[in-house]
Ligand binder design. Structure first.
Ligand SMILES: *Cc1c(COP(=O)(O)O)cnc(C)c1O
Length: 360
């Protein structure tokens, strides 16, 4: 069976070698006589899997000792509530930067818990850019500043880390997790759903500076009380065992390829190929601010919705699937996460060139 090039924004493609390894270990994981899907989350064999996953995460991303790594469920969306419940606890104030759909959702959820301020928004320009923010833009009394680092729907990303002074910076990195090196020490918290770049759906990884824990509101559900989860080693209840195992295999794959520096090189090469073509094309255009372009989600349109639909249809038939833009914005989007090979983008660009010459 031929595998397609899957440009889905998430769940998205996984490295073929990881899938093969999982297949090989499906019926009998390392002589245990069981699949990872079947084993107790309290067993010695699973304990090794979750501990190795954490150790690899720490090694690959360079996570300092004073940060906890949590393996949670509920997706990024559950943490939209978990974050204010756990951290809006000193002045009951938080600053949010709105750069797209997911930061807006996080903001709306946080409104339920306290005094939430919009520091800046690029909504007036259909979220086509990232606001440039300085320390003076933030409320020094805020309990935290919240940003969405890579905007999956619009295809923009922060190419700088906002200086928030003494206020901890929190970032949703769902769609750029482990795509390039990141200085964790600049953040109080980073988190993301696994299904974009680091594994299957069902797992959410949250990395938090230890000194911020310990003040969750009394009404916080235990499963999103990060202090309780940290104390229990993410085993407060049954964790998403199989997704954690696949995440561990992906971390091994990244490490073997040369780590996050190598990942960044690969991702830069892929996105450059696609953006260079879009910039030279007379049919397709990318509408976001050039300097804020995402390396992971590349959006484009022809300017004619009927032609967009024709493109998506013909691309699908040719084995380039899930190129339709988010239902809220239309057009096209190629999500080219870590697992998308260079050849996938190369072949997509060749297909787009042919489509352009056939339709102009
Ligand atoms: C997909 C996505 C989400 C939502 O994730 P769920 O796991 O579906 O809750 C949140 N933030 C970003 C940046 C995303 O890309």
């Amino acid at each position: 069976m031929a595998r397609v090039f899957n440009f889905s924004a998430g769940p998205s493609m996984l490295p073929e070698s990881v899938l093969n390894r999982a297949a090989a270990e499906m019926l009998d994981y390392k002589g245990s006589g069981q699949s990872v899907m079947e084993m107790s989350h309290r067993s010695k064999v699973f304990e090794e899997i979750i501990q190795e996953a954490e150790a690899l995460f720490r090694e690959v991303l360079g996570i300092p000792e004073n940060y906890k790594v949590l393996f949670l469920q509920g997706g990024a969306t559950a943490q939209f509530a978990g974050i204010p419940m756990n951290f809006m606890n000193k002045n009951q104030k938080a600053d949010y930067v709105l750069t797209g759909q997911f930061s807006t959702k996080a903001y709306k959820e946080a409104l339920k818990y306290g005094d939430v301020r919009v520091v800046a928004s690029s909504k007036e320009a259909t979220f086509s850019y990232i606001p440039k923010l300085e320390r003076k833009d933030f409320d020094s009394e805020a309990d935290y500043v919240y940003v969405c680092f890579n905007n999956t729907v619009y295809g923009t990303t922060y190419h700088y880390i906002p200086d928030t002074g003494d206020v901890p910076l929190f970032a949703d990195v769902s769609s750029c997790f482990l795509s390039e090196p990141m200085d964790v020490t600049k953040f109080g918290l980073i988190y993301g759903g696994a299904q974009k770049n680091i594994g299957p759906a069902g797992l959410t990884v949250l990395i938090v500076r230890e000194d911020l824990l310990g003040n969750a509101r009394d009404i916080t559900p235990s499963v999103i009380d990060y202090t309780q989860q940290a104390a229990a080693g993410s085993l407060l209840n049954t964790p998403p065992c199989y997704s954690i195992y696949i995440c561990k295999l992906i971390l091994e794959w990244i490490k073997n390829l040369g780590g996050l520096e190598a990942m960044k090189e690969r991702n830069l090469a892929k996105s450059k190929l696609l953006y260079d073509y879009l910039d030279s094309s007379k049919l397709f255009t990318n509408g976001v601010n050039k300097e804020d372009r995402s390396m992971m989600n590349v959006t484009f349109v022809t300017g004619n919705p009927d032609l967009d639909a024709k493109f998506v249809k013909e691309a699908t038939a040719a084995g380039f699937v899930n190129l339709k833009g988010h239902r809220s914005v239309g057009g096209m989007r190629a999500s080219i996460y870590n697992a998308m090979p260079y050849e996938g983008v190369e072949q997509l660009v060749a297909f787009m060139k042919q489509f352009e010459s056939d339709n102009t």
